[in-house]
Design a protein around this ligand. Sequence first.
Ligand SMILES: *[C@@H]1O[C@H](CO)[C@@H](O)[C@H](O)[C@H]1NC(C)=O
Ligand SMILES: *[C@@H]1O[C@H](CO)[C@@H](O)[C@H](O)[C@H]1NC(C)=O
Ligand SMILES: *[C@@H]1O[C@H](CO)[C@@H](O)[C@H](O)[C@H]1NC(C)=O
Ligand SMILES: *[C@@H]1O[C@H](CO)[C@@H](O)[C@H](O)[C@H]1NC(C)=O
Ligand SMILES: *[C@@H]1O[C@H](CO)[C@@H](O)[C@H](O)[C@H]1NC(C)=O
Ligand SMILES: *[C@@H]1O[C@H](CO)[C@@H](O)[C@H](O)[C@H]1NC(C)=O
Length: 293
Amino acid sequence: MKSGEEGSNGKATTTAAENFLEYGGYHHHGRHFSTVVLQITVLFVVVGFSCLVLYHTAYPTQFFQSFYNPNPTSENSTTHDDAMQSNFSSPFQDSPSANLSSLGNENNLERVLNKAAMKDKTVIITTLNAAWTEPNSIFDLFVESFRIGNQTQDLLNHVVFVALDEKAYSRCLGLHPHCYALSTDGIDFSGEAFFMSEDYLKMMWRRIDFLRVVLEMGYNFIFSDADVMWLRNPFHQFHSDGDFQIACDHYWYNYTDLDNSPNGGFNYVKSNNKTKQFYRFWYESKDKFPGKA
Ligand SMILES: *[C@@H]1O[C@H](CO)[C@@H](O)[C@H](O)[C@H]1NC(C)=O
Ligand SMILES: *[C@@H]1O[C@H](CO)[C@@H](O)[C@H](O)[C@H]1NC(C)=O
Ligand SMILES: *[C@@H]1O[C@H](CO)[C@@H](O)[C@H](O)[C@H]1NC(C)=O
Ligand SMILES: *[C@@H]1O[C@H](CO)[C@@H](O)[C@H](O)[C@H]1NC(C)=O
Ligand SMILES: *[C@@H]1O[C@H](CO)[C@@H](O)[C@H](O)[C@H]1NC(C)=O
Ligand SMILES: *[C@@H]1O[C@H](CO)[C@@H](O)[C@H](O)[C@H]1NC(C)=O
C-alpha cells in the first residue's frame, strides 16, 4: 500500500528471515556500550511509513549501576492489591526450583492482564530488571514519556511491567498498578546482561516464551523495550490487518520486505492461531536449531 522499492532477491530475503528467527530479533547496537552518554531510544512515528524506525541501545544496564539506592522512598507495596495477593517475594524466593505452575503465576498473570487490558484485550508489555528500576533510570524515563507524549497518557494505564527480579517487582508495585513477576528457573536477571551473552540469550528466549503465553491467553500485545520513549500514539501507524508488526532498524519502504532488519525491541502482535503458532515455532527453534543463538 505504500510506495516501495524493488523487492530484494530471494536469497537475501531468506537470510534475513533466518537471522531474525535465530536471534529472536534482538537489537544490536553494541557500539553504544562504549559511550558514557545515555542513549535514549526515540520512537519516531513517521507519517506515511508503515514501519516504526527505532534507535536503540542494546541493554545498557551497566550505565545505571551507580544509581543504586538501597532504600527507595517511593517503594510502597504494602497497601497494594497485587502485593497482598501475590505474596510479594514468593515469585523469586524459591528459585531455582520455582516453576510457573507451582507458583500459580498463570492465574496471577491472567488477573494482571485482565486489569491492564484495553477493551479489545490489548496490553502494552515491557520488561524491567533491578538495574533499570533504580531511581532516575530507564523506568522513570519510560513512564515520563507517556506523561509528556502526544495522546499517550491513557496508554500508561494499559502498560504491564514484567519484572525479572524481586527488586524490580517491588519498585514497580510501589509506582504502577500493573506489575507481574516473571521467575525463571535458576537464573538471576537482576544485573547487567551484555548483548549476546549467555544470560542475555536466556532472557530473550524467556521473553519470547512469555509473550507466547500472553497470546495463548487471548491477549494482543505491544511489546516495547523499556528504553523506547512513547512520545506518540503508535496505534495510528499500525496496519489494521497485520497479525505481527515489528519495528525495524532499516526500512526499505515496503512493509513485507524481509530485509527490513526487524528489531524485537518493539512489536505489535494480535492473538490468533497464526501468531500463537508462530511464537510456538519461534520458541521451539531454540532447541530445533541449537548453537544458532
Ligand atoms: C502508599 O500508597 C498509598 C495508596 O496508594 C498512599 O495513600 C500512601 O500515601 C503511600 N505511602 C507512601 C509512603 O508513599
Ligand atoms: C507467603 O508465603 C509464605 C511462604 O510460602 C507463607 O508462609 C505465608 O503465609 C504467605 N503469606 C501470605 C499472606 O500468603
Ligand atoms: C512444576 O510444577 C508442576 C505442577 O505443580 C510439578 O508437577 C513439577 O514437578 C514442577 N517442576 C519443578 C521442577 O518443580
Ligand atoms: C498529536 O498526534 C495527532 C495524531 O497523530 C496529530 O494529529 C497531532 O498533530 C499531534 N499533535 C502534536 C502537538 O504533535
Ligand atoms: C515488497 O517485498 C516483497 C517481499 O520481498 C516483494 O515480494 C514485493 O514485490 C515487494 N513490493 C514492492 C512494491 O517492491
Ligand atoms: C484456531 O485453532 C483452534 C484449535 O486448533 C481451532 O479450534 C479454531 O477453529 C481455530 N480458529 C480459527 C479461526 O482458525
